[in-house]
Design a protein around this ligand. Structure first.
Ligand code: IPE
Length: 263
């Protein structure tokens, strides 16, 4: 089985509210269809269907003031609209995609997963369907509501299903030693493990969105890499990278390897 995250920065224009990048999503859907000969689990980010409004009204902080509630509803609706468009792309590519919102498998407390059931996913996989989950605003037992990132779902799914391969489709070639969008001398790292100098990734980057910093994302990927044979970050904006990663051919990317266990 393979587990694929379609990053919100690839399938949406993150700077323009609710802007779907249909052709990018269609291409990634076709690459999954032609690359994979096994079960597929898909998670997608929220991009500009989630982050802009969630950040404006601090939805990641939970219920703080009454007027947030109206924006919980709009973000829920908007991410479902995105999910529907992703489903359309996948179905058009020949994948039998079905939606599994995070709250149908999980409960949440303080922004973390409290309980997770793999049944909603495994029963669909058994029928040959492709379950699709996504970053969402979710009920939270301690905070009223909170944000579940797509990466959080990735971690739960990796733990439960131990996929052969986990692929993160990002809008950059992988993990760099510096921010490639700010520094032209940034070098792509072929491989990272837990010894990666975390000091080079600030806790809160200037443009950090509601689901956190690069440091947090890398820590999540390191944890995920312990539950799969291979965990890889590819540039989802470059044609063929996802398909090559799925087929196991050499591709420009960063491979995430688990913490080195000392002998
Ligand atoms: C964010 O999910 C969810 C909401 C803001 C509602 P992700 O963190 O997985 O989204 P991307 O991939 O960064 O856009």
């Amino acid at each position: 089985m393979i587990l694929v995250k379609l990053g919100g920065s690839v399938i949406t224009d993150k700077s323009r509210l609710r802007t779907f990048r249909r052709s990018a999503c269609d291409r990634l859907a076709r690459e999954m269809r032609s690359g994979a000969s096994e079960g597929i689990l898909v998670v997608h980010g929220a991009g500009s269907f989630g982050h802009i409004v969630a950040k404006k009204y601090a939805l990641h902080k939970g219920l703080k003031y009454d007027s947030q509630v109206e924006h919980v509803a709009t973000v829920q609706r908007d991410v479902r609209e995105l999910n529907l468009r992703v489903l359309e792309s996948l179905i058009d590519a020949g994948l039998n995609a079905v939606s599994v919102p995070p709250a149908s498998s999980s409960t949440f407390e303080n922004g973390c997963v409290k309980t997770f059931s793999d049944t909603p996913f495994s029963s669909l996989l058994d029928m040959g369907l492709v379950p699709v989950s996504f970053g969402d605003v979710v009920p939270d037992m301690a905070m009223g509501f909170s944000i579940c990132s797509g990466d959080l779902m990735m971690a739960e799914l990796a733990k439960a299903f131990k996929p052969r391969l986990v692929v993160f489709c990002a809008d950059v070639d992988g993990v760099f030693d510096k921010d490639p969008k700010l520094d032209k001398s940034a070098k792509l790292l072929d491989e990272i493990d837990s010894s990666i100098t975390m000091t080079s990734f600030k806790e809160k980057s200037v443009n950090a969105d509601v689901t956190g910093s690069m440091k947090g994302k890398i820590e999540m990927m390191l944890a995920i890499s312990e539950h799969c044979e291979k965990c890889i970050i590819v540039n989802g904006n470059v044609r063929g990278r996802l398909e090559s990663a799925i087929k196991g051919t050499q591709v420009k990317s960063t491979t995430v390897v688990p913490r080195q266990v000392s002998a």
